[in-house]
Design a protein around this ligand. Sequence first.
Ligand SMILES: [Zn+2]
Ligand SMILES: [Zn+2]
Length: 186
Amino acid sequence: MYPEDYKESIAFHGHSCPGLAIGYRAVKTAMGKAGFRKAEDEELIAIVENKSCSVDAVQFLLGCTFGKGNLIFKDHGKQVFTFAERTSGKAVRVSLRPGSLDAPKGLSEGDEQEMRKRMVERILSMPEEELFTVEHLRVDLPGKAQIRASVVCDLCGETTMETKIVEREGKVYCIPCANRLSEKGS
Ligand SMILES: [Zn+2]
Ligand SMILES: [Zn+2]
C-alpha cells in the first residue's frame, strides 16, 4: 500500500519509521513546489538541520550525499530541510509544523510497533499544508566540492587532506596524531 519510492527508501534506510516518512514527504514537497529532481551530479543541494532517519530519504530520493558534497548538515535538531539548485539559487525551505504529528484520540492506543506503523501511514497521507510550512527563497550556495591535495602524516604515514593537516615544529600531522602528541605533552 506504500508508494513504490517509499518502499525503495525503506530498503535504503533499513526500516520504515516516522522519521523516514517525514523525510520522504519533505522531498516530495520540494519536488512538487519547486520542480526539483534527483541530482545526477551536484546541481541540487540539501541543507538538513538534523541527522535523524529523515535524512536518509533525502539522500536516497534526491541524490544529495556527503560524498558528493551536496548534503550540508547543520546540527540544529530541527526537522527543517532546505533544497536549493546551485545554478539558479532557487530554494525551498520545508519545515515540520509544530503539533502536526500530535496523535488524535484513538491513535495512541496499541503496541509501539503498531503505533509507529499508524504514524507512518498518517504522515504519508496527511495534506502537505498540515504537515509542513513551505517557503520559497534564494540562498547563497557553497561552491562545488573541491579536489584537495593530499599530504602524508609524519607520524602514522596515512594520506590526509591538506586542509586538515596540523603543522608542528616543521612536521605535518593528521588530526588524531596531532591530538595524540598533545596528550603526551611532546
Ligand atoms: Zn528510521
Ligand atoms: Zn597521522
